[in-house]
Design a protein around this ligand. Structure first.
Ligand code: NFS
Ligand code: SF4
Length: 639
């Protein structure tokens, strides 16, 4: 097993992992050491798509070079890649669909949610081309919800959210390539079908299919979810919150909300406040909600709820011995949490009919019964408080302050203090003058095989030092926050010129400064950086591919990150991944995704203007991203 200092950069995580090991509790970090990674799978060269197989092809040329059906290594790798993308995309599409249904039920008075951001509702309705005059808020909300659901139903045309949100140059490119999605379910189903034995066997065509998945993810997943969640729960505004395992409170009933969709967790927060008197009756001072993964990000952005853990250390929240319940919905929920919970008093509560864990408690959640379910969950946690074992209690001490809540709307509002008529201008001026060299989105996860936080933080610091504006989402944002990159304290890591810009904007809105990294939300909120880039490109009259903008995903574990990354590449944005994307077995697929412009070959860079950069050395990765930023600056500004 790795020494705890090799597992995470976070001292609290290290000490909790030590505790887990002492108590003989298995966690993902240790299982990662015990589980050998299969060389064939790592290269993407094994196929289990039919019962003639499984077939695997050795990239070193030894052994059979074709599967039983005749598929070669490139065809197999391309299908594996499309399969990953389909996985990732379907998660986000389900997320979007669930939110759309909730909005519909809320608008019809069937679910106990209200429209919190009426302005955003009107803005989205207008963008969709809906008539709003003489209609009530609920009538408009219902029409918006139905438009969203069309993106899972229509059989011709293109998705409403693509039409509404895509930059026109990008959309033209996708239409020319005939890869623009019609509806999310149709495309996901088609992707599964084309990947089956005896179907699509053209690596380039399969990769283009993967790009369609990226677009489904980007619009039916990211944009649709963000828009509708903002309408239902409010568009985030700058908010101060606390990070680290130390946000657990010894004196309170602790509930961790884990997963992705904010419907349930928003209600759990509401009921934790309502049931405070009951918590007091069992000797606690109240109920403390802490976030894990992206549900944590959603609550942080809108409610300022503290965040305990990112993905890879989720089990260690339980090892603190201080957690009465962990309530989960979908995605990134390790089955391992149940085994860990059985070693402590924590109750794992699953909530959706299609995401259950053997041994866990199940409290079914659906929008109509949101209040009843949330009340029952909080009551269970309160009841469990008496079972806490003081002997097993170990809550780390220090929390870190961080600012979050930087929706595109919030960023524009801050910029409008510098230029009320044209809020984007101060940003564009700073980019043109080189005070901001470019924009980087630090996104994605933490991965138990990687040393936690170090990749996310190293890449971010290198970019900041070189005056690149950093925005962050997902679990990567968590790494940055814990390392003070989301508070003015972290300004020391910025180049002088970037620091001046951040201070000027911050002071205009009454803060000492903007933080070095702007927290834009959960992974579905990667729509927000995309919106910001679209606005910048429109203002400059160029395509998104022409902007000095990059994405970086140093520590991902999730196929969702690959589909989000592909969404950005389809816009011509270069995307770095620090973890093996499992395509190395095919020189053809690798060249399409990562290759340079080269005559006679088709590469993402040539077609879209951006490529995939796979680099495990964090410093080198940052250098490569800077190089790309400088190249795009040279083309855009003639530098
Ligand atoms: Ni994104 Fe968020 Fe975290 Fe990765 Fe998982 S929680 S949706 S996939 S691990 S950032
Ligand atoms: Fe083998 Fe072809 Fe079947 Fe895959 S689809 S398992 S390569 S025979």
């Amino acid at each position: 097993l790795r020494h705890v200092t090799e597992v995470s950069d976070d001292l609290q995580v290290q000490s909790l992992l030590e505790k887990a090991r002492k108590e003989s509790v298995s966690t993902a970090f240790d299982r990662a050491d015990e589980m050998m990674q299969c060389g064939f799978g790592s290269a993407g060269v094994c196929c289990r798509y039919c019962l003639e197989g499984p077939c695997r092809i050795s990239p070193n040329g030894k052994g059979p070079q074709k599967g039983v059906c005749g598929a070669d290594i490139h065809q197999i790798v391309a299908r594996s890649f499309l399969n990953h993308l389909t996985q990732g995309t379907s998660g986000h599409a389900e997320h979007g669909r669930e939110v759309a249904l909730t909005l519909l039920e809320a608008a019809e008075g069937k679910a106990p949610f209200e429209i919190k951001d009426v302005d955003k509702l009107y803005a989205v309705a207008n963008d969709l081309g809906l008539e709003t005059a003489d209609k009530t808020v609920n009538e408009i909300a219902k029409e918006v919800a139905l438009k969203a659901l069309e993106d899972f139903q229509k059989q011709t045309g293109i998705m409403n959210w693509v039409q509404m949100r895509a930059h026109k140059d990008s959309l033209k490119k996708w239409n020319d390539l005939r890869i623009t999605p019609v509806n999310a379910h149709l495309e996901i189903s088609k992707a599964v079908a084309r990947n089956a034995m005896g179907c699509d066997a053209d690596p380039l065509n399969l990769v283009l299919g993967a790009v369609t998945m990226g677009l489904v993810d980007g619009y039916a997943g990211l944009h649709l979810s963000t828009d509708l969640q903002d309408i239902l729960f409010g568009t985030p505004k700058a908010v101060k919150a606390k990070y680290s395992m130390a946000v657990l409170d010894e004196k309170k009933v602790n509930i961790a909300v884990h997963g992705h969709v904010p419907m349930l967790s928003e209600k759990v927060v509401e009921w934790s406040r309502k049931l405070k008197p009951e918590a007091e009756k069992v000797g606690a001072e109240g109920v403390n909600i802490v976030g894990v993964c992206c549900t944590g990000n959603e609550l942080l952005m809108r409610q300022g709820v503290s965040v305990a853990s990112s993905f890879s250390s989720q089990e260690l929240v339980i090892v603190s011995g201080a957690l009465e319940a962990m309530v989960v919905d979908i995605q990134c929920v390790m089955p391992g949490i149940q085994n860990v919970a059985e070693c402590y008093h924590t109750e794992i509560i699953t909530t959706l009919p299609y995401v259950k864990i053997a041994g866990a408690t199940h409290v079914e959640f659906s929008p109509e019964i949101a209040d009843k379910a949330a009340e029952e969950i909080v009551r269970k946690a309160i009841k469990n408080f008496k079972n806490r074992d003081p002997e097993k209690l170990s809550i780390p001490k220090e929390t870190v302050d961080a600012y979050a809540g930087f929706s595109t709307e919030q960023i524009l509002e801050a910029l409008s203090k510098l230029n009320a008529d044209d809020p984007l201008m101060p940003l564009i001026d700073a980019i043109k003058a080189g005070k901001i060299r470019g924009v980087a989105a630090l996104v994605g996860c933490t991965n138990p095989r990687e040393k936690q936080d170090i990749g996310n933080v190293t890449v971010a610091k290198e970019l900041l030092k070189n005056n690149v504006l950093v925005v962050a989402t997902g679990c990567a944002a968590h790494s940055l926050a814990k390392n003070k990159l989301m508070s003015p304290e972290g300004l020391v890591y910025c180049g002088d010129e970037l620091r001046e810009v951040l201070e000027a904007i911050g002071q205009a809105v009454g803060l000492p400064s903007l933080p070095p990294a702007l927290h834009m939300g959960s992974c579905v909120d990667n729509s927000r950086p995309a919106d910001l880039l679209t606005a910048l490109a429109n203002k400059l009259g160029v395509g998104i591919k022409d902007l000095p903008a990059v994405g970086s995903c140093p520590e991902t574990h999730s196929p969702k990150a690959l589909s989000i990354g592909t969404f950005f590449i389809a816009h011509g944005v270069d995307v770095h991944v620090g973890v093996n994307p499992q395509v190395s077995g095919s020189s053809v697929v690798t060249n399409i995704l990562c290759g340079d412009k080269q005559e006679g070959t088709v590469t993402a860079e040539e077609v879209f203007g951006g490529k995939l950069i796979y680099e495990t050395d964090h410093i080198v990765a940052a250098e490569k991203l800077l190089e790309r930023i400088n190249m795009k600056r040279a083309q855009l500004l003639g530098e």
